[in-house]
Every structure is written in structure tokens, then in C-alpha cells.
Design a binder for this molecule. Structure first.
Ligand SMILES: Nc1ncnc2c1ncn2[C@@H]1O[C@H](COP(=O)(O)OP(=O)(O)OP(=O)(O)O)[C@@H](O)[C@H]1O
Ligand SMILES: [Mg+2]
Length: 194
């Protein structure tokens, strides 16, 4: 069992980990493996947000939905309560929007990173338009998810998901078993560039 962290402890009994990052960086891959390894419940937060009608429109230019970010903590609270009632010892929230949680809800935020060449390859393989690929690469270069997660006050670690999933999962579990205060990214080390 992974111990609850001393600092930034959420007010729930179960451990809550959110996994964020630019599309294609490997969130789902790592989230499922981690959930399996830790015996936590994997939650596809994107699906829940879609089902909850948090879409406030569609951005056709970007070929994506616009989500009301302010409503995300409420959905996460419901999810945590439900998991707690079912006796889960932990949950993994998988979404590029999961870092819009409230800081009290989250024990650890994992930001997936991917080398640009590999990310470009993955996104092109999905058939994304050139514009969409470029936008996502830009988001990765400017570390948008990490910056937003730190602004949200979450405890953040970055994981390179360019290759070797097994090694990454091991690395995360090692983080979780230690006091992470030495390892998390300090908010002051990142400036907003958007
Ligand atoms: N560590 C890794 N090493 C090699 N390939 C990986 C790794 N992680 C993910 N991949 C591959 O990259 C692709 C994208 O991975 P994945 O679907 O997990 O990304 P994602 O961040 O969940 O994307 P989305 O934001 O669209 O949900 C998949 O084909 C997956 O097999
Ligand atoms: Mg995914």
C-alpha cells in the first residue's frame, strides 16, 4: 500500500492521483499500468466530463470541445465520493484536464512528457491535421499542462513517456513510496508563457 503523503494530504481516505499532459504523451498508457500495479481504480475522466455535459461548445477550428473548467472539481468530488463509498484504496484520474482539480482533492499530479519527434509521430499516426499536430507540439514545448497544474497548486512530478513504460511506472511507484517533498517541481521554477 502506498502511504498517504505527509504534505498536501487530501481530505479523503483514498489516494487520488491525476495524470495530465498534452494529447498523445501517454497518459492512458501510464494510468492503466499504474492503476493495475497499485490496485487503484482507473478513471477515464474525459468520458465522465463528456457524459456530464460540461461541454460549453465546440471549437471547430481546433477540432475539439470547449469544457467549462470551473466545473471539473465538482465532477472530481463526486467521483472521489463514489470511489470512497465503494471502498477503493485509490483512484487514477486520466485526462488532459485532470489538473483543473482543486489542490485539496489531489495527492499527486503526474505530468506526462514526450520527446517532440516521437509526439509528432504519434499524433500524425492518429490522422490529426497538420494544424492540430502543430498546436499540440506547441502546447508540449510551452509546458501548458505543467504550468496550469502548478498554478492550480498541485503537487507535480514529470514523467518522460517517450519510451519504456515499465521503467516509468517503477519510477512513479518509487516516488510514491518516499516523501515526495524533495522531488516535486517548485511552482517558482516555472513562469507562465502563454
Ligand atoms: N511510454 C511509452 N512508450 C512507447 N509508446 C508509448 C508510451 N506511452 C504511450 N505510447 C504510445 O503512444 C500512443 C499514445 O498513447 P496514449 O493513448 O496513452 O496517450 P494519451 O496521452 O492518453 O492520449 P490522449 O490525450 O489522446 O488520450 C499510443 O499508441 C501508445 O501505445
Ligand atoms: Mg488517453
Amino acid at each position: 500500500m502506498v502511504p498517504k503523503q505527509k504534505k498536501g494530504k487530501n481530505k479523503h481516505k483514498l489516494t487520488v492521483i491525476c495524470v495530465t499532459g498534452t494529447p498523445g504523451t501517454g497518459k492512458t498508457t501510464i494510468s492503466k499500468r499504474l492503476a493495475n500495479e497499485l490496485g487503484y481504480k482507473y478513471i477515464n475522466l474525459n468520458e465522465l466530463l463528456k457524459e456530464s455535459n460540461l461541454n460549453i461548445g465546440r471549437d471547430d477550428k481546433r477540432d475539439s470541445y470547449i469544457i467549462n473548467e470551473g466545473k471539473i472539481p465538482e465532477k472530481i468530488r463526486e467521483t472521489i465520493n463514489k470511489a470512497e463509498k465503494s471502498g477503493e484504496k485509490g483512484i487514477i484520474l486520466d485526462s488532459h484536464l485532470s489538473h483543473f482539480a482543486n489542490k485539496e482533492q489531489i495527492d499527486l499530479c503526474i505530468v506526462c512528457k514526450c520527446e517532440l519527434k516521437e509526439l509528432k509521430r504519434r499524433l500524425e499516426k492518429r490522422g490529426y491535421s497538420r494544424k492540430k499536430v502543430e498546436e499540440n507540439l506547441e502546447a508540449e514545448i510551452f509546458e501548458v499542462c505543467k504550468t496550469e497544474a502548478l498554478e492550480q497548486g498541485l503537487k507535480v512530478i514529470e514523467i518522460n513517456c517517450s519510451s519504456n513504460v515499465k521503467k516509468e511506472v517503477k519510477e512513479i511507484i518509487k516516488f510514491l513510496k518516499k516523501d515526495m517533498s524533495q522531488m516535486v517541481i517548485q511552482p517558482s521554477s516555472v513562469s507562465r508563457r502563454r
